[in-house]
Write a new protein. Structure first.
Length: 222
């Protein structure tokens, strides 16, 4: 029977893509085995990582292995176990976005960073009465999202990252995407009237690969 422990940290000690496995040197000095399919980020030997320890038949191995990024103040940042809400290359953009965070006093942060030039495409667009709107539940989400058909993502110079403070005074990356901050979706219990108004005038560009197809509807659930 498999059991998962709390998260642990260490550094990549050995990695062989051809053999399909590696070892992490833990803070307690012990090495732990991992299969490369359990890597959630591209890593190299020496990289700091956070992971879960799985025990099976008295053997331990590492799973949900995520790279730990540190800014100039030594504050750690890493993705959560489910990375489906990260829509860009963290390695490329995270260092600049979090470079000025100097303390861990805030439990929750939304950082909207303007790189000053094109970085990617934003799939959240402003809508009008003439647009064809539909609703569906996105994979990894619980409530309905509004989508617009026959529209295309728009170029943006912004990257937005949402962070949540972890118990170890690091920050977990909740989501990261191209574009400026959007309102909380109406199904979110924290959503305000301002958030609801935002989604009455905005929608995500429809992508059938992101949704649970059985949830698709033309009727607004809000």
């Amino acid at each position: 029977m498999k059991q998962q422990s709390i998260e642990s940290t260490g550094r990549i000690k050995f990695l062989s893509t051809s053999k399909g496995f590696g070892f992490i040197s833990q803070e307690n000095g012990q090495d732990i085995y991992f299969n490369i399919r359990n890597l959630q980020n591209n890593v190299e030997v020496g990289d700091e990582v956070i992971f879960l320890i799985e025990s099976k038949n008295d053997r331990q191995s590492a799973s949900a292995i995520r790279k730990v990024y540190r800014n100039r103040y030594g504050i750690a940042f890493y993705e959560r176990i489910n990375t489906t809400h990260t829509h860009l290359d963290i390695e490329e953009y995270l260092p600049e976005v979090v470079s000025n965070i100097s303390n861990t006093n805030l439990g929750f942060m939304e950082i909207e960073h303007d790189f000053g030039n094109y970085v990617g495409l934003n799939d959240c667009v402003e809508t009008s009465e003439s647009d064809d709107l539909i609703y569906a539940i996105r994979k990894g989400r619980k409530g309905y999202t509004v989508f617009v058909k026959n529209r295309y993502p728009i170029p943006t110079s912004y990257v937005t990252i949402v962070l949540k403070k972890a118990d170890n005074n690091a920050y977990v990356i909740i989501t990261a995407f191209y574009g400026q901050k959007a309102g909380l979706e109406p199904h979110d219990p924290r959503a305000t009237q301002s958030d609801i108004h935002f989604w009455k005038n905005h929608a995500l560009v429809y992508n059938e690969n992101e949704i649970i197809k059985e949830s698709l509807t033309n009727m607004s659930p809000y």
